[in-house]
Design a protein around this ligand. Structure first.
Ligand code: PLP
Length: 398
């Protein structure tokens, strides 16, 4: 094996996808409720996105950022409108890159450049996930992930999530440049904060002259039932990062900032060879156009309500966390890894986001029949691992 062993051995090799389904080399069909971890929000091989990528590949894949291209400004304008809620521009600017970690790297550098004068600390939250580069790992609030790579870059402080008093205590305006927070913690287990948390953060950051930066890499672009999860509150962050769903599988990341903050960057301050290149922008332009036409936030809310209700009724599920189509089923025992393996064997992809929680993040275009089919498969998987064999057998027979 010549691939570095950074991922656990793969149980299945997929060769084709279509909508909510993946197929292995033998033609076996699996329902994908992982979506590349919230990436393929329009499902696999979406025909319009595939066509846009193919046509652009035949015309012009790449030009250096020494020159401009015809697509990036339009995609940036669309993102700015979505940050504003869908219709009105938010009045910001966008830097394009290739991943979530890179979008957050851009945000971290921008915060330092904007604050200046020795104010460089970024406060993030325990349980958060912001990426695997050294700086985004330092921002990630999971000490166990830090240990093998220390010393990490200096200037990162973590406080408990959903705790405004703890944030208040560390927001020293002489040292702190920014707060970086996921509106809903994804890798931390789909943790939804109290309804006043983001507005409380906005108030504190404004009072102290500190940037509020929302990491919407997992939550962004319709998944939680809004274009961005921060829109559950009447707040506008200073910086918003996104990636995953932006190219529906084409690697595209973006860091949006208010015009005042974005102005801190000048030519030469930040760059990336592939950022905003025509091929990625063609994928993003069409992905965003289809998302708008299909009104994916509304679809995520409707389908999410059905999935949530169905999950709550499954054996061994004692609670459901999340919003829209970013959900976690809390199990009555720490059997999530076994349950995800059992589901895979039955033809359903879900992922163990915690030892006792399964994450479900299907395509935002998923239909009711596929949701019901997935729920039936998951019910059988849970009955198997939780020892309800008679029920599993009964369901297998149906
Ligand atoms: N931020 C959040 C909230 C994420 O969920 C992730 C990935 O899971 C990242 C950042 C890192 O994104 P990437 O893996 O594209 O670098």
């Amino acid at each position: 094996m010549t691939l570095m062993q950074t991922y656990a051995p793969a149980p299945v090799v997929f060769v084709r996808g279509e909508g909510s389904a993946l197929f292995d080399a033998d033609g076996r069909r699996y329902l994908d409720f992982v979506s590349g971890l919230a990436v393929t929000s329009l499902g696999h091989a979406h025909p319009e996105v595939a066509l846009a990528i193919g046509e652009q590949a035949a015309r012009l894949c790449h030009v250096s950022n020494l020159y401009s291209n015809a697509l990036a400004p339009g995609v940036a304008t669309t993102i700015d409108r979505l940050i504003g809620g869908g219709d009105d521009p938010a009045g910001g600017q966008v830097f394009f890159c290739n991943s979530g970690a890179e979008a957050n790297e851009c945000a971290l550098k921008l915060a330092r450049r904007w604050a200046g004068g020795g104010r460089h600390v970024v406060v993030s939250t325990l349980g958060s996930f912001h990426g695997r580069t050294l700086a985004t790992l330092a921002a990630t609030g999971q000490p166990a992930k830090h240990a093998p790579f220390e010393p990490l870059p200096e200037g990162f402080v973590h406080v408990p999530f959903d705790d405004l008093d703890a944030m208040d205590a560390v927001l020293d305006p002489a040292r702190v440049a920014a707060v970086l927070v996921e509106p809903i913690q994804g890798e931390g287990g789909i943790v939804v904060p109290s309804s006043d948390y983001l507005s409380g953060l906005r108030r504190l950051c404004t009072e102290r002259g500190v940037l509020l930066m929302c990491d919407e890499v997992q939550t962004g672009l319709g998944r939680t039932g809004r274009w961005f999860a921060f829109q559950s509150q009447p707040v506008l962050p200073d910086v918003v990062t996104m990636a995953k769903a932006l190219g529906n599988g084409m690697p595209v990341g973006a860091c949006w900032a208010s015009a005042e903050v974005a102005a801190a960057f000048g030519p030469g301050d930040h760059a990336t060879t592939f950022g905003g290149q025509p091929l990625a922008m063609a994928a993003a332009r069409t992905t965003l156009a289809v998302m708008a036409r299909e009104d994916v936030p509304v679809r995520a809310r409707r389908a999410g309500a059905r999935l949530r209700a169905g999950l709550g009724a499954l054996p061994g599920v004692v609670g459901v966390r999340g919003e829209g189509l970013l959900l976690a089923a809390q199990l009555r025992a720490p059997v999530a890894a076994d349950a995800s393996n059992a589901a895979l064997a039955l033809g359903l992809l879900v992922n163990a986001v915690r030892p006792d929680s399964l994450r479900l993040a299907p395509s935002l275009l998923v239909d009711d029949a596929v949701i019901d089919e997935a729920l039936a498969l998951l019910g059988r998987a849970l009955a198997t691992v939780l020892g309800d064999a008679p029920r599993a057998a009964r369901e297998a027979a149906t």
